[in-house]
Design a protein around this ligand. Structure first.
Ligand code: AMP
Ligand code: MG
Length: 401
């Protein structure tokens, strides 16, 4: 049986790099960049005025002048004017600094009457103040975003400022999320007492989407070898990633590993020394398709999905990996089995500035209602069984930041 680290290594080693596709910049949020974004121009592209007021020459003020004849007005978007000696130009935030001007006096410091602007007594004009100099944020050609960056709403502004309408990103993998089990009935359909609502499929599709992977279609397959074989064959032809839940344990209706083997999917591992999620199976299809067969128990399925499937998709996309995140245990945990424990937690921000992880008991691996209150889970090392309050542990958030 593999350790959690060995299982993750095996998954990542089998993961191919995603191809590049070009998409509209407006729909690029949460996608992973496959290009560099450089500054189209100096930023700001001109000496930019930061206050509404007047633009003057500091030399006039230093020479004792306090009242300035208004030459004209210049707003944001207006062509640059040239200031005449002894005059001022009424100026608006975002405008280009007029030629020959080097100082801004805010409107709050002025009295404007009969075409003259008079500066308040005792107000000291400071040269260059309220002017955002050309190129002071970055120069033309500066590297603003690097390949491997996940595009945030803030990056959308950078992409637009660089003048790009399209960007190269990692292609979104075509995925199938497959729920197996005779007992499963989808929401919206009548249900019998012996049946179970199908919840893993929609949850896994949603978890994928929350990480920026949108192309996950869901299918339900009953526990029948022939139907499983036929439908999995189709999915292997149509998708590059299959995420199954259920049918990988030791039960008599757990046909998934055998059927996948028949279809030429090479088993990379079956079972990981962890709880929940020990029965997980992983294999590689004849065309390099990745096949994740997760246990059916909802807590196990979601933990395995977050722990192995998401990192694989991220690696494939070229996403630059973030360093591990840590939290301090907010309560003592005793976990005896010789397994890595993935303990769901709720995060609390302490007054001391620490992130505390409060364990949330899930009754069994089937108790997914309790998960709603959790932000993620912590990883408790296999070699240890007692974890005191305050122990720093690795934190995995359901939704990676
Ligand atoms: P299995 O791994 O197929 O033995 O399933 C383990 C448990 O998880 C059983 O109680 C199943 O009914 C339940 N289960 C399996 N798949 C799903 C699903 N898609 N949604 C909710 N529960 C499921
Ligand atoms: Mg089953």
């Amino acid at each position: 049986m593999l350790t959690t680290a060995e299982a993750l290594d095996a998954v990542l080693a089998a993961t191919p790099a995603a191809p590049t596709e070009t998409i509209s910049a407006t729909s690029a949020t949460d996608r992973v960049l496959h290009q560099r974004v450089v500054a189209e121009r100096d930023q700001p592209p001109f000496d930019r005025v930061m206050m509404d007021g007047i633009a003057i020459a500091a030399a006039d003020f230093d020479g004792g002048q306090r009242s300035f004849k208004i030459q004209s007005m210049q707003a944001a978007g207006d062509k640059v004017l040239t200031l005449k000696p002894g005059h001022c130009i009424e100026i608006m935030t975002g405008a280009v600094l007029p030629q020959n001007a080097d100082s801004i006096v805010p409107v709050e410091r002025l009295t404007i009457l009969n075409g003259e602007a008079e500066i308040e007594a005792n107000y000291e004009v400071v040269k260059d103040r309220f002017i955002h100099p050309r190129g002071s944020d970055c120069g033309k050609g500066a590297h603003l975003l690097q390949p491997g960056k996940k595009i945030s709403p803030l990056d959308i502004a950078i992409i637009a400022s660089a003048g790009l309408t399209e960007v190269d990103v990692a292609a979104d993998p075509v995925m199938r999320v497959i729920s197996t089990g005779n007992e499963l009935v989808p929401a919206g359909e009548p249900i019998e007492p012996h049946q179970v609502r199908m919840s893993n499929g929609p949850a896994i599709v949603s978890l994928m989407a929350s990480h920026g992977f949108q192309k996950a279609e869901h299918d339900h397959i009953v526990d029948d070898v022939d139907i499983l074989r036929e439908r999995l064959q189709q999915h292997l032809e149509q998708a590059s990633v299959l995420i199954l839940s259920g049918g990988v344990s030791m039960g008599k209706a757990d046909y998934v590993p055998a059927v996948l083997a028949e279809l030429g999917v090479e088993a990379m591992f079956h079972r990981i020394s962890q709880r929940p999620g020990k029965p997980m199976w992983f294999g590689k299809g004849p065309n390099g398709q990745l096949v994740f067969a997760l246990p059916g128990n909802p807590v196990s399925a979601l933990v395995c999905c977050r722990q192995y499937v998401i990192p694989s998709l991220q690696r494939s996309s070229g996403l630059i990996a973030s360093p591990p995140e840590f939290a301090s245990l907010a309560a003592r945990i005793v976990f005896e089995p010789k397994l890595t424990c993935f303990q769901p937690v709720k995060l609390i921000s302490s007054a001391g500035g620490q992130v505390l992880a409060m364990p949330v008991r899930t009754n069994t691996s089937g108790d997914f209602a309790a998960l709603s209150a959790t932000d993620g889970y912590v990883e408790l090392a296999l070699e240890q069984s007692t974890f005191e309050t305050g122990t720093p542990v690795i934190l995995h958030r359901w939704i990676a930041r």
